[in-house]
Design a binder for this molecule. Structure first.
Ligand code: GDP
Ligand code: IMO
Ligand code: MG
Length: 435
């Protein structure tokens, strides 16, 4: 055994920070990339050479030849969606038979989990979470309730029985809700037909290697292999520390890596934390720095802020430093990465929230009430940098504009962690490394 550690990359806001792009850019330094939580609620975009890929269940190391990609035990899998994703990559020339490994202990999202997700959202009415309707909440609920079905079960003789048993539980629950199961469709397909597609997905997945990822990853680390854990969603959507109940149903912070892969806390190495130079959120829930004006629209248009999974317009607003600092604290972030600085290239003025006003007092912390109430932000203003970083320029001149550098330094000082990586475009090469 040696002292080799697993590195982690996490979203520090409400998701969609650009994790896919950065994981892909970092993958040449790693032998293994692994997801540890979440499921097809994630949409991770990777662009290079004018091509664009969006990954949902598969780790973002998959586009780098030779990299092994693991779907860890903490992830939940929708077989039909995963099949489609694998086939799409195959068509694009990426064969995953030797490079995709799936943890036996990963739980399955059943079609009825997705129906439950829709039924729950309907029942919540105005208080709905605005989920991705991928069955995330109900699947993690069944995992915790100790009645879930796992990848390792699909080769067993009684798999169909286990499936039926769980399906019947769901149907009984749904029958007690105001929800029309007869007319229910999944991705435009009638439920009964979708169920067939789901089972085709199950058969399809049997060609892949199922592993005990806790042994696989610890052995790989022992042998000196470089491993990167890829987070999904963002810290403010964490089941414990996000704006509950407007959150996802897994631990997306660094702690989730330990339970989501079977790796001890002492084996965690670098923690890369990634954030946009502003903020976005999809779905319901408080968003203190949200902008409802032209500036918000400008962020949405310049940043193409429309969901990679659902296509929904993302809510946009200024950078929220108390929330960022909170996320850095929760995961012990060692290196920060700032994304999408280019989106504000033409802004005259840029604001960042440095504290909140709550019950007549100013506070740099997130009070408990911030889960459900929108705090009033206190802003600091910066002049815009009004300059576009040109590809290759930073390599020859070794600098970024003074105004952007001032913005970066302010964030670093506020949060107490260096920003090592600045991304100024969607392509995997559009990055500046800072010393
Ligand atoms: P993820 O879920 O964290 O992987 O992020 P998404 O893929 O959902 O959303 C990020 C979006 O921003 C994608 O469309 C990326 O191609 C794009 N993107 C990533 N980094 C940058 C950047 O620095 N500038 C711009 N303009 N777009 C970026
Ligand atoms: P990536 O990995 C942004 C949001 C949903 C909803 C809440 C709960 O691409 O950053 P769920 O379907 O998980 O039960 O929805 O979480 N959400 C995301 N928002 N990016 C994501 O993933 C998200 N995954 C879930 O919009 O508000
Ligand atoms: Mg996304």
């Amino acid at each position: 055994m040696n002292n080799n550690k697993i590195d982690i990359l996490l979203g520090l806001q409400w998701g969609d920070e650009g994790k896919g792009k950065v994981v892909d850019a970092l993958t040449p330094n790693y032998d293994i990339v692994t997801r540890f939580q979440g499921g097809p609620n994630a949409g991770h975009t990777i662009e290079f050479g004018g091509k664009k890929f969006v990954l949902h269940n598969i780790p973002s190391g998959v586009l780098t030849p030779g990299c092994v990609n693991i779907i860890g035990n903490g992830v939940i899998i929708e077989p039909h969606i995963l099949k489609g994703e694998i086939e799409g990559l195959q068509k694009a020339g990426f064969d995953l038979h030797d490079t995709l490994l799936i943890a036996n202990r990963a739980h399955l999202i059943l079609p009825t989990h997705r129906a439950m997700d829709a039924a729950n959202e309907k029942a919540l009415g105005k208080m709905k979470v605005g989920t991705t309707l991928k069955g995330i909440g109900p699947t993690y609920t069944d995992k915790t309730a100790r009645r879930g079905v796992r990848i390792g079960d699909i080769r067993s003789d009684n798999f169909r029985e286990k499936y039926e048993q769980l399906k019947q539980i769901h149907l009984r629950q749904i029958a007690g809700m105001d929800f029309d199961m007869q007319g229910f469709q999944l991705d435009g397909v009638d439920f009964a037909d979708y169920e067939k597609l789901w089972f085709e997905g199950i058969e399809f997945l049997k060609q892949f290697q199922f592993i005990d990822c806790e042994y696989y990853i610890n052995d790989a680390l022992d042998k000196g292999k470089k491993v990167l854990a890829e987070g999904a969603q963002g810290s403010m959507l964490d089941i414990d520390f996000g704006s509950y109940p407007f959150v996802t149903s897994s631990n997306v912070i660094a702690a989730g890596v330990c339970s989501g892969l079977g790796v001890a806390p002492s084996r965690i190495g670098k923690v890369y934390g990634i954030f946009k130079a502003y903020c976005t959120r999809v779905g319901t829930g408080p968003f203190p720095t949200e902008l409802f004006d032209e500036t918000g629209e400008q962020l949405r248009q310049n940043g193409h802020e429309f969901g990679a999974t659902t296509g929904r317009p993302r809510r946009c607003g200024w950078l929220d430093l108390p929330a960022l600092k909170y996320a850095v604290m929760l995961s012990g972030v060692t290196d920060l990465m700032m994304m999408k600085s280019d989106v504000m290239d033409d802004f005259e003025i840029i604001k960042v929230a440095t504290s909140y006003r709550y019950q007549g007092q100013e506070t740099p912390n997130l009070p408990f009430a911030a889960c459900t109430e929108t705090m009033e932000p206190v802003y600091r203003e910066f002049p815009g940098w009004k300059e576009k970083i040109e590809d290759g320029k930073q390599k020859t001149e070794g600098r970024i504009s003074e105004a952007l550098e001032a913005y970066i330094k302010f964030i670093e000082e506020y949060v107490g962690v260096p920003i090592k990586f600045v991304s100024y475009g969607p392509d995997r090469t559009q990055n500046i490394l800072r010393p």
